[in-house]
Design a protein around this ligand. Structure first.
Ligand code: KG4
Length: 360
């Protein structure tokens, strides 16, 4: 029989990206993602449509990941998959596919917590390519290489910011993470997406706000900032303050948005970034930790990335910023987390169900 290396196929399908990746002996061989443009016209992810698109995408995406890695199915040692949290219908597609493939090949399965996966993106070692986005290609920038070849040392802090989460995580080891602060209402990405929606900018709003903000004045408008104790966040007050201010300005000038959208985007983005960094500074100071990483979809934001670089200079932090391709949902991070669990012999039983809500 052919000798098997440690080759793991990873599958991610928690929301609206179908992604598959192959990791071999700790090195990422491929990472293929199919995004779902179908949701744009609805201004948000429609769960039923997401599940259906995952069904259509999963086979070609897995095939492409194996092909790009130059790996045959028979060479696989295990299948890692996102077990949760996420949309149940979306998760079920990936989980069921992983189970079917693992059973047919007679190999073990590794369940990965999606949130831990985002943090583990900082440990990805690339060998071949930076990934393939089958629809909207993730852009790259020079600063994104900062973190790639040096991974953070434990313990470090990770700001996890996405459409569903805003958390400060103390990462003690690969499998020991504590949430020390989190949003009590909206996530940062959700607030940004909603601000974009009320301005009629389209979905997802994050990248649009980012682009406009680069041309605007972040000091143009002030919105009420939250006062929440400890390391927790709140973004719903900020969102409401934006909405009410906008309503008043529109009463005086119906063209207010089109005339000031850059300043509005820059000021709102500044308020979100300032809020995120303020609590992160507090946590870093109290815990005396200077290695600070950022992860999740909002970590693609230019303003947030610049704030990290500024904090590195000002507070002597060592910062870790992921490549654009590893900010939004991707299977490479699931492969990395799965690889660590594989080394620990930490497998999951065939009957393990998907879970829509779970903490770290
Ligand atoms: O991690 P992610 O892909 O999905 C989950 O929410 O799990 O994050 C998506 C979020 C959305 O709210 C999107 O608008 C935001 O990340 N996002 C951004 C940027 N790119 C994506 N927010 C601000 N600036 C960006 N450049």
């Amino acid at each position: 029989m052919k000798e098997k290396g440690k080759v793991i196929l990873a599958i991610e399908s928690s929301c609206d990206d179908t992604s598959a990746a192959v990791i071999k002996d700790g090195f990422l061989m491929s990472n293929v993602t199919a995004s779902q443009a179908v949701h744009e016209q609805y201004g948000g992810v429609v769960p039923e449509l997401a599940s259906r698109a995952h069904q259509q995408n999963i086979v070609p995406v897995v095939d492409a990941a194996l092909k790009r890695a130059g790996v045959e199915r028979e060479e696989l040692s295990a299948i890692a998959f996102t077990r949760g949290p996420g949309l149940m219908g979306s998760l079920l597609v990936g989980v069921s596919f992983a189970k079917g493939l693992a059973a047919s090949l007679g190999i073990p399965m590794i369940d990965v917590n999606h949130l831990q996966g985002h943090v583990m993106a900082h440990f990805i070692k690339e060998v071949k390519d930076e990934g393939l986005r089958m629809k909207d290609d993730g852009k790259r920038d020079a600063s994104s290489t900062l973190s790639l070849h040096t991974s953070p040392e434990f313990p470090f802090l990770c700001l996890l910011v996405s459409g569903g989460n805003s958390q400060i995580i103390k990462v003690n080891s690969y499998n020991d993470m504590e949430i020390i602060g989190q949003t009590i209402d909206d996530a940062a990405g959700e607030a940004i997406d909603k601000a974009a929606k009320v301005m009629g900018l389209g979905y997802p709003g994050g990248p649009i706000i980012d682009r406009l903000a680069r041309q605007g004045n972040p000091e143009a408008y002030k919105f009420s900032k939250p006062h929440i104790p400890g390391y927790d966040y709140s973004f719903s007050g900020l969102k409401t303050s934006f909405l009410y201010n906008l309503r008043d300005w529109l009463k005086e000038d119906p063209d207010f948005i089109s005339r000031h959208k850059e300043d509005l985007a820059a000021s709102f983005e500044r308020a979100v970034v300032d809020t995120l960094m303020q609590k992160l500074r507090l946590a870093a100071r109290d815990l005396r930790i200077r290695q600070v990483a950022v992860a999740g979809g909002v970590s693609a934001n230019t303003g947030l990335r610049n704030a990290f670089l500024e904090h590195a200079r000002k507070y002597h932090w060592k910062v870790f910023i992921p490549k654009f391709g590893y900010t939004t949902d991707n299977a490479a991070m699931i492969a990395q987390a799965g690889y660590f669990k594989f080394l620990d012999g930490d497998f999951c039983p065939m009957e393990a169900p998907a879970y829509s809500r779970v903490t770290l």
